[in-house]
Design a protein around this ligand. Structure first.
Ligand SMILES: [Zn+2]
Length: 295
């Protein structure tokens, strides 16, 4: 096996406690089949992947056609459904953003193939995207003629210049979590809106599938945020969670990944995804959208 440099945290990224210990192990079922450990903070209960590959080498864990979140492939039934659902949900995402910040500058961090950014631009926002992959960035610029920049540009934006920051399934991938969030909050205007969508390890399906749950997605997912973790994290930056919305297709989508890992059929995924969905009021949805306001 090809040796990868790893980085081990000695404190909880949310509350800063050094009282952390290994909780359980899971695997990169998606790509490398390598095993990773998830630590739990004894003080606040936050779960995070520890250690993780060094930032410089994490790219190799994304180099796969199956990682559909970062590609445009329409091959296969699952990707076909994924793209269909994405188109359907784009409109709803923009409607949600507009309810809190109807116009202005929208910064989408981890803009990927550019679909959301393009929709937001069509709906009247002045848009900027940040995307780490040069190849993905070029593809989105070619397809939609968008303003998409490399990630370091987060530190080149003016303070109080952005009305909305969106991160759709991105916060769980951010290496310098506290430093980058501090900068995002500087760039965001007072009363600006931040939209953060992340998987929920408290969801029914996370409990049901255990270490096979598709939402762990190690080592790409560095953190596993419950609602209380998101609330505590943003409270450090003078920001507040004002609404939590379910991502309605994620119970079935994530259950499909989980069932694939244990070799069962798509019908199991639909069944258990539905059970999870109908338990979302008790456990929270598989993935949740947090609407956060800067005070
Ligand atoms: Zn903690």
């Amino acid at each position: 096996m090809f040796h990868v440099e790893q980085f081990k945290k000695d404190q909880c990224p949310v509350c800063g406690s050094k009282d952390i210990s290994p909780s359980f192990k899971t695997k990169d079922y998606m790509i490398t089949q390598e095993e990773f450990s998830i630590d739990k903070c004894s003080s606040c209960g936050f779960l995070f992947t520890n250690p993780v590959p060094q930032e410089e080498v994490i790219g190799r864990y994304y180099e796969s056609e199956v990682y559909v979140s970062h590609s445009n492939t329409k091959k296969g039934f699952k990707n076909f459904v994924y793209h269909l659902v994405r188109n359907f949900t784009l409109q709803r995402k923009v409607v949600l953003v507009k309810r809190y910040s109807p116009k202005g500058v929208l910064l989408d961090i981890g803009s990927g193939a550019g679909y959301f950014l393009n929709k937001a631009k069509q709906e009247g926002f002045e848009t900027i995207g940040l995307e780490p992959s040069e190849e993905v960035r070029k593809g989105a610029i070619d397809e939609f003629n968008l303003d998409i920049r490399s990630l370091d540009n987060l530190y080149k934006l003016e303070n109080n210049s952005v009305d909305v920051i969106s991160m759709w399934h991105v916060l769980e991938h951010v290496y310098h979590l506290n430093k980058d969030l501090e900068q995002m909050m500087k760039v965001l205007k007072k009363d600006g809106t931040m939209i953060v969508a992340v998987p929920n390890p408290d969801s029914w399906d996370a409990h049901y599938y255990g270490e096979l749950w598709g939402g762990w997605d190690v080592p790409r997912h560095l953190y596993h945020f419950r609602a209380k973790d998101v609330e505590m994290l943003f409270s450090k930056f003078n920001a507040e969670v004002v609404e939590i919305k379910p991502m309605q297709f994620d119970p079935v989508y994530v259950s499909m990944l989980s069932e694939q890992y244990r070799g069962k059929s798509v019908f199991h995924a639909i069944w258990f995804g539905m059970i999870s969905y109908f338990n979302k009021n008790k456990y929270g949805c598989t993935s949740q959208i947090y609407v956060i306001k800067k005070k």
